[in-house]
Write a new protein. Sequence first.
Length: 502
Amino acid sequence: LEPDCPSALVRGIGSNGMAAAAAGSHARLLRELRAISVGPPDIAHASPMAIPGGRLAQMWPLLAGAGKTAMVRSLLAIWLGVLLSCRALWSGRSAGGGAAISLVGLFLMVCGFVGLPGGVPFLAVRTAAGFYCKGDPNDSSTRNARIRHAFQGWMARFSPTPFVRSGESCTVCPFLWSPNRCVGLAYERVWLQLEDEEHMAVDWVFPPGGYDPSRPVVFLLTGLAPSKHWTVTGGFVGDAAKHLSTRLGMSAVVLVARGTMDTEVQKHLFHGARVTDLRQAILMAEKVTRAAAPETDKPLGPPIFAAGFSMGAIILGNYCGQYGQETGLKGAVHFSGVYDAVFNMKFEYSRQTWQTYLTYGLKTSFFTDRTFKEAVRRGVNMPLIFSRRTASVVDIDTNFVAPYNGYPRVEDYYLDMSLGAEHKWRKVAIPVLAVAARDDPITHCDALRAQEFSAENENLLFLITDRGGHVGWPWGSRPWSRGFDFMNEGIGLFIETILADT
């Protein structure tokens, strides 16, 4: 055995033939992964560019956007109402004055709890909560009926956190109170050389006992351009990798989007319409797992699934439409994505509020000196990017991503990104479950077109919840102890249901 075999397996070899076989599979897979890895790109580390006007100048759109969110407006109203009420109690026993101030304070607190009038309107949601799929829900002989039944039973046990009521608080709170459960989680990094000569990293996370060829391999697609490694930030990707590997015995593969986290890119930057990176990673996984399989199982490898979050959800859905029957996947599940990015442009509340936060992150972490020079060479108006006129993700896509990548208009980029465009959704040939919340403040659940697509393609399934926010779904009265378990369990349930059906 190679020294890289897990010690738990090594200890069990003498008494357990299955452990010995698993140890051998793990060692063979490590050899294959290390043989195929090309290493990081041989380019100098790109220095973060000096932000014009400094970070403070870029915060003005963020602060303005935060002030427009219903959550911040409500909190400010409640805080001011409490302050006025306390002031009235402290000083108000004068004739009528204290009572008037107290009434104003009470009015502000009530408005804060039920919602302040005015503000940016939330685009009305037409998609009702429920499970959408093609087929007779009472016919238990069909795959879709079994998936529906499994998720309806699971949702009956799901208890949304009672004191987290809005989609915005469902989005924010899990990131504030959930511990980083993937600290110290070991991973094997593999570098792939892509078709445009860039290098991309994928991080393999194995169960405590090592790679198990009888259990699925699950790709995890991250959100929009994370700046720090997933083991550092924790969040839903690290939580899912931990859950899948340690609780379910599956191997998780985190797809590190090119140029994000701790990786370098030369000039071909990440963008949301590119699906070939995922394609190459899946082909790599097929190759190495088949090569590492026991002789009796060749040329078969383990089933491969994928799960995506936010931007990763959009890419995953689009990938399944682009490659149809050739995805290399047994199934896919994703959270808080959209299938119609052009429709999501209409979601003005998202553009004026939460997208300002995402844009601030992109401006302060995504751009390097190398990126800046290449963008100028391609004709991008970089002063416009760092001005207050570029305040939302739609603005970034309009002023930077589209021209940088040769799209005539941002709508062309969004059509290329969207599963719902050009009938790509009709080509989906594996079961794909999209999970979204009606109160998501960033991606509008109507942009999934759940009713339309599920009625025409039996492979497109949808779970729409009333509450949950954006990749949030806090669970129970002690949600900090559950982390992102709604999505973790949803991924596991989907995979196990598909496997039981085959």
